[in-house]
Design a protein around this ligand. Structure first.
Ligand code: FAD
Length: 424
């Protein structure tokens, strides 16, 4: 019988280390990246897409370009306007996304070259991509309301329809107006970002006035023929909580602004605080890059991948997209677009086809008092025959009544969706 050699512990450890080193030397090289994806816009759509590309793709290079230093959420910003939350509650940094492996660049994308597959930056060198994601949100159609751009630039009128300094400006204006003064707020014709958002804002402003300036009035001038979302629930809130404070007028379209005077078709309304929500379209980058295909406002996409119908290898998400029927322009929906696009891009980069029957869903919560909330929900599914996304019959619905439990859900929803977008 062959004798088994005796090894000392030290010899064994040494040989083990040698084997381990030999193993290292012959280990296969790290898997090469499956491609480079550049994401423009670190809001609800872009940040979520960057996060999920990295989480699901691993060995994919993801660069997110965002012009702002921090993510500031429009959802919950109406509570800041009303004085019930602080700016710090709706502001998050991008470090968690960096820690998840996304290269975050603070810069502005000036142009897209779809032939060379590069994006030109305001500050840094151009970035090359295999697939580009564009989620730039909305910009305003100032040409539709005379004088509006001038008054907003001068800081006399606030829109507060992009969260940040504008949210703070509107809050300051409300705080410094006299008791007995008038706040006028105007709502553009649909479609616009966040269908229930203006009515939630009306409730938050009225709640503040009722509490702090009981002799003041809020005039809601809506260009639409009626409340655009959760109609019965908002009308009930206006009546139950804010009668005597809030007056709602339908079919009141803003034509021109001069100082704090809102000029409608047949009358002028003089206000102490004028909050104009301007008409909107896909953001400037979408316009200058030829991504806008519908009504000179919105970007058409292939709903299986969110790829632009006009510019190959460029995927558009969020509010900039020409929405499918009954699909709202919401942060929740931008988050869903982002996940659909991330999954599709990872397949396409590997030569595979995307999921042929994607499903998206949406929930929008709205505060009608500081604590009471209402929601609307819907589910949307791709229809292969018509190549569009349709609401699933019987899905979704609205709250039976405003309630405080949904108030807690709404705040939890916000914390969760911020974490989902920013990986932390
Ligand atoms: C008052 C208010 C309340 C709302 N409440 C809700 C709510 O309760 N629930 C809900 O689901 N939705 C809500 N929304 C809607 C939600 O905010 C939007 O639908 C969502 O932000 C859309 O996401 P997005 O990615 O398309 O755009 P955004 O989130 O606006 O992100 C776009 C980003 O792109 C950046 N960007 C643009 N162009 C460039 C460029 N050229 N270079 C670099 N960066 C660029 C911008 O700085 C911005 O950060 C609300 C909106 C408002 C105004």
């Amino acid at each position: 019988m062959k004798k088994i050699p005796n090894f000392s512990r030290r010899q064994l450890l040494g040989s083990g280390a040698a084997l381990a080193l030999a193993g290292c030397a012959s280990a296969p090289p790290p898997t090469p990246s499956i491609g480079r994806v550049v994401v423009v816009g670190g809001g609800f759509g872009g940040a979520t897409c960057a996060h999920y590309l990295k989480m699901w793709g691993g060995n994919v290079d993801v660069t997110l370009v965002e012009r702002n230093a921090a993510f500031i959420s429009c959802p919950i910003s109406n509570l800041v306007v009303g004085g019930f939350r602080a700016m710090s509650d709706i502001t998050r940094g991008y470090d968690t996304l960096r820690a998840a492996g996304v290269k975050v660049v603070q810069d502005e994308v000036l142009a897209i070259d779809p032939i060379k597959k590069t994006v030109r930056l305001k500050g840094g060198s151009p970035l090359s991509y295999d697939r580009l994601v564009v989620s730039p949100g909305v910009d305003f159609m100032f040409e539709q309301v005379g004088g509006l751009e001038r008054e907003i630039n001068a800081g006399r009128v606030a829109h507060a329809w992009k969260a940040g300094p504008q949210t703070e400006l509107l809050r300051r204006q409300l705080e410094s107006m006299p008791d007995g003064g008038v706040v006028a707020m105007t709502i553009p014709k649909a479609p616009y970002r966040c269908p229930p958002g203006p009515y939630e804002r009306a409730c938050m402003v009225a709640a503040y006035l009722k509490q702090a300036k009981p002799k003041a009035k809020l005039l809601v001038l809506d260009a639409n023929p009626e409340v655009q979302s959760k109609k019965a629930l908002f009308e009930k809130a206006f009546k139950d909580h804010y009668s005597g404070v809030l007056e709602y007028r339908a079919n009141a379209e803003l034509k021109e602004v001069a100082g704090k005077v809102a000029k409608l078709e047949f009358e002028d309304v003089k206000a102490d605080v004028l909050n104009v929500i301007p008409p909107q379209r896909a953001a400037d980058l979408a316009k200058s890059s030829g991504l806008i295909t519908v009504n000179q406002r919105w970007c058409g996409v292939n709903w299986l991948s969110m790829e632009s119908t006009a510019v190959p290898n460029v995927h558009v998400l969020g509010d900039a997209v020409f929405a499918a029927p009954l699909m709202p322009k919401s942060g929740h929906m931008a988050n869903q677009h982002a996940k659909l696009a991330a999954a599709a891009i990872l397949e396409l980069l590997q030569g595979n086809q995307p999921n042929p029957s994607p499903v998206l869903m949406n929930t929008c919560y709205s505060f009608v008092t500081q604590r009471d909330v209402i929601h609307v929900a819907s589910v949307h599914q791709y229809d292969a025959a018509e190549k569009i996304v349709k609401t699933v019959p019987g899905s979704g619905g609205v709250s039976i009544a405003a309630n405080q439990l949904e108030g807690r859900y709404a705040l939890a929803w916000a914390e969760n969706i911020w974490a989902d977008a920013l990986a932390g």
